[in-house]
Design a protein around this ligand. Structure first.
Ligand SMILES: NC(=O)C1=CN([C@@H]2O[C@H](COP(=O)(O)OP(=O)(O)OC[C@H]3O[C@@H](n4cnc5c(N)ncnc54)[C@H](OP(=O)(O)O)[C@@H]3O)[C@@H](O)[C@H]2O)C=CC1
Ligand SMILES: O=C(O)[C@@H](O)[C@@H]1OC[C@H](O)[C@H]1O
Length: 454
């Protein structure tokens, strides 16, 4: 077991700092503190809880630049992206604060009495966060969980605890009660599992790999623990010949290269109707090459490094050395975990075309007609996101309804809006985050019947 975590800047390979790792005994103490804070928080009037969360949002808003710089340092995100991510946390906190007073129960007409339903907080919630979007994914869990009256214990990824530790400091400054939001850095199998198996943790929200998600699901099942899973993806970008090909090709690079492809929604399977395939690939090449990789602190940079040397090896293992890439971008020489933007022409059942790579690698595959496109789009175990490019509205509706995925977009690659539900079909997850029901996901529904016959 590690006593401390070493944080490395992935763009320079320099050690940034070390952070103590949380032991299982410290997890026990954190759960006890959180449970006490939660009882007092849940008892406070809703308007008061909403005010505290709005102040939390304001404090984060005043500190987005510093939070963004921490994301650049620990995760290698380009500064423009990192600033958007910190701003997204502000929006999530504001949105959740607005939900506190709208988390209403119901009165259902019944015979012989009055029937009331209540939404009650769960208690202590564990939010286990990956390294790809340290702040947004943390906030997807913590903002609605706190708003619904819960306490949150957040375990960041080993490689990226700095921004969320800073976020917890801002929570205290803003008046979020001591103990209600605690960030517990540490190793997944140690700190993470201590949280998942703790009997006083009522719910686990996990974002990460499908393999770890399955393990956590099995551990939660032993205690019938509430669980939300946001797992991997291998999302299709389906381009029909009738689409605006210029626009489809201009936007396709960002859809698989943003965050260096370390995005569960990455459209890394580019499916193009055969009659438009050659033209599309011609248009795609300059667009991919223009997606500049380099120093993440430079506002002109579009793509940073991968998170670690080990992850770069994993990405590399998917790309056959003997087959030349159809398109390959450039990366800086020297230090940093760089990997070039790569498009491969693959067969639909090649490993590179069906497994999540989580790097700047896409496959291009031609298809014949609508039925073939749907068949190929659904030919993975995943079902998170996907895009359809066409000018035919009927086709857009038919294809989006036929693709088994939680988040689809037409003539766009947008997957994430804090106001709309997000989550996966098949092996991409369980439950939904964000959207109008995000607070209810952190409650139990209680029904009370009051007899009027007595
Ligand atoms: N859906 C998504 O957004 C993500 C998908 N992935 C996929 O997973 C692959 C591997 O990435 P990796 O970092 O290993 O992702 P993991 O699934 O291992 O990690 C995600 C989070 O879970 C924690 N964790 C790991 N094991 C356990 C456990 N047994 N109990 C509780 N928590 C645990 C991790 O901690 P620690 O950091 O200490 O390991 C981290 O905080 C990627 O290449 C990608 O394909 C990865 C990240 C995000
Ligand atoms: O989990 C992911 O990787 C995606 O959902 C990702 O998270 C925040 C970004 O806005 C999304 O694309």
């Amino acid at each position: 077991m590690l006593h401390e975590l070493t944080i490395t800047n992935p763009a320079t390979e320099e050690t940034v700092t070390t952070v103590p790792a949380t032991t299982p005994e410290q997890v026990d103490a954190a759960v006890a503190r959180a449970a006490q804070a939660q009882r007092q928080w849940a008892a406070r009037p809703p308007a008061e809880r909403a005010r505290v969360l709005r102040q939390f949002a304001r404090t984060v808003g005043e500190n987005t630049r510093r939070l963004a710089r921490l994301t650049v340092t620990e995760a290698g995100h380009p500064i423009g992206n990192a600033e958007w991510e910190a701003g997204h946390v502000v929006d999530l906190l504001d949105y959740a604060a607005g939900g506190v007073e709208r988390l209403t129960g119901r009165q259902i007409p019944v015979a012989g009495g009055v029937d009331l339903t209540f939404h009650e907080p769960l208690g202590v919630v564990a939010v286990i966060v990956p390294w790809n979007f340290p702040l947004p994914i943390a906030a997807w869990g913590l903002a609605p969980a706190l708003a619904a009256g819960n306490a949150v214990l957040l375990k960041p990824a080993e490689t990226t605890p700095l921004a969320t530790l800073e976020l917890a400091r801002h929570a205290l400054e803003a008046g979020v009660p001591e103990g209600l939001l605690q960030v517990l850095p540490g190793e997944g199998p140690v700190t993470g599992e201590a949280l998942v198996t703790h009997p006083d943790v009522a719910k686990v929200v996990f974002t990460g790999s499908t393999a770890v998600g399955r393990r956590i699901a099995a551990l939660c099942a032993r205690q019938t623990k509430r669980l939300t899973l946001e797992l991997g993806g291998k999302s299709p970008n389906i381009v029909f010949a009738d689409a605006d090909l210029e626009q489809a090709a201009a936007t396709a690079p960002a859809a698989f290269l943003d965050n260096t492809g370390q995005d569960c929604c990455a459209r890394s399977r580019i499916l193009v109707q055969r009659s438009a395939y050659d033209r599309f690939m011609e248009l795609l090449e300059p667009a991919v090459k223009a997606f500049t990789a380099g120093d993440p602190t430079d506002p002109g940079t579009r793509m940073g490094p991968l998170i670690s040397a080990a992850h770069r090896e994993r990405v590399r293992s998917y790309v056959p050395e003997t087959v030349p890439a159809a398109i390959r971008g450039d990366v800086p020489d020297g230090k940093g975990y760089w990997y070039p933007a790569t498009v491969l022409e693959a067969r639909p059942d090649d490993r590179v075309a069906v497994e999540e790579i989580f790097g700047p690698v896409a496959v291009a595959v031609p298809f014949e007609d609508e039925a073939d496109a749907i068949r190929l789009a659904n030919a993975t175990d995943y079902g998170l996101s996907g895009s359809v490019w066409t000018r035919d509205l009927g086709r857009a509706l038919r294809v989006t309804r036929a693709v088994a995925a939680g988040n689809l977009s037409v003539n766009s690659h947008s997957s994430v809006r804090y106001t709309t539900p997000f989550g996966g079909f098949k092996h991409s997850g369980l439950g939904r985050e964000l959207g109008p029901d995000c607070l209810a996901a952190f409650t139990e529904t209680k029904n009370v019947f009051i007899s009027t016959d007595a």
